[in-house]
Design a protein around this ligand. Structure first.
Ligand code: KG4
Ligand code: ZN
Length: 351
């Protein structure tokens, strides 16, 4: 079954053709980093306009490089949310237009869940060896920990109560005068740092609390930067200390979740921050279970992960996968207002 995956939730326009949820025929990604780096962050209106300019040509390029056309495609998977509303509308409208023209179903996909499929795309092992799994999505917008019995069941165990992990890397990068997005730059600076030179607070220390937090850490970095003259701390040492706690708290909370879910067979780590080398090292040290990371090209936003999750949703329930929907339907206004504070649109299970 051939699925066209379309992603446009933030600052990457991405399209891919994926066979049976696994075989990527082609994956095209147009990053807007060069545009937004001028402002030090994503400007939603500019992002939406860039998606609009890029999407049609990318679709044509995808079809010509793979030698396919719309009649070969069985269904179209598209990010329904979460994301920037103007950006989401571009992808969703494009998908619906194609679907209407060719009489194909459109499958609405949750972007955060799809990141897990970015990791699954690189795994040879059969699903019986992977699930149940504990899956972390650590990105610029989310720090979510899921317990998954199968590749389409997402039980949210933990999320951030303030900033997301990637967001905190970006904000710390900005405070340090590094280019946007800060994540990779903070990582290379941290590699040159000396361990345990700069004290950092341990976030959400209480063992029973399955939650992440980054805003206090960001403040601690701001204070450390302000007092560099007095303390003599180097930028590299501050970056190192920040990174150790930003990643360390995830390792600690994962340990708690593992204790609560002893049937867990593996760990999946996905999202942009999964590209971090130190994160990969710490994760592998933290558990004897297999830890799966996406190939680097599927860590950040891409269309292949969208097509893959759309395929498995379709296989599980073709009738409901392609029901009529719009970009607002997953997040009714009242729910949005009450969940904005927790940065999550999902109900958290109380373990
Ligand atoms: O998954 P993603 O592409 O977009 C969202 O869905 O948010 O993640 C982007 C985030 C950015 O915050 C970026 O700084 C972070 O991933 N990131 C990293 C690294 N590479 C990307 N953070 C830490 N270390 C990295 N090497
Ligand atoms: Zn993402």
């Amino acid at each position: 079954m051939l699925i066209l995956g379309i992603e446009s939730s933030c600052d990457e326009t991405a399209l891919a053709l994926v066979e049976d949820g696994k075989v990527v025929l082609s994956s095209l990604i147009a990053s807007q980093i060069a545009t937004h780096s001028r402002w030090g962050g994503v400007i939603p209106e500019i992002a939406a306009r860039e998606h609009l300019e890029a999407i049609r040509e990318m679709y044509q390029q995808l079809m010509s490089t793979t030698g396919k056309n719309l009649s070969d495609v069985d269904a179209i998977g598209v990010t329904q949310g979460p994301g920037l509303i103007g950006c989401l509308l571009v992808g969703a409208s494009f998908a619906k237009g194609l679907a209407q023209a060719a009489g194909k179903p459109v499958i609405a996909v949750n972007h955060v869940h799809a990141h897990v499929h970015g990791a699954l795309l690189g795994i040879e092992a059969p699903h019986e060896q992977i699930f149940p799994t504990l899956a972390l999505v650590v990105s610029g917008g989310h720090t979510n920990l899921y317990y998954m019995n199968s590749c389409i069941e997402f039980e949210l165990l933990a999320h951030t109560m303030d900033d997301a992990c990637g967001e905190s890397f970006d904000k710390v990068g900005k405070m340090m005068g590094l280019p946007y997005p800060g994540g990779p730059h903070v990582e290379s600076l941290a590699q040159k740092g000396t361990p345990e030179r700069v004290p950092m607070p341990r976030m959400v220390e209480r063992k029973s609390q399955l939650v992440f937090s980054y805003s206090g850490l960001k403040t601690a970095v701001a204070l450390a930067l302000k007092s560099m003259d007095k303390t003599g701390h180097r930028l590299e040492d501050i970056a190192h200390a920040f990174q150790e706690e930003a990643l360390g708290q995830i390792i600690r909370k994962l340990g708690i979740a593992l204790g609560m879910r002893p049937a867990t067979k593996s760990i999946i780590v996905a999202g942009g921050v999964a590209a971090n080398g130190r994160f990969r090292e710490l994760m592998k040290r933290a558990t004897a279970l297999p830890v799966w990371f996406p190939p680097l090209k599927y860590c950040s936003d891409n269309g292949a992960m969208i097509a893959s999750l759309a395929y498995f949703q379709h296989c599980s329930n073709p009738a409901t996968a392609a029901l009529e929907w719009d970009v607002f339907s997953r997040y009714p206004f009242e729910t949005l207002m009450t969940t904005l504070g927790t940065k999550n649109n999902e109900k958290q299970s109380i373990p």
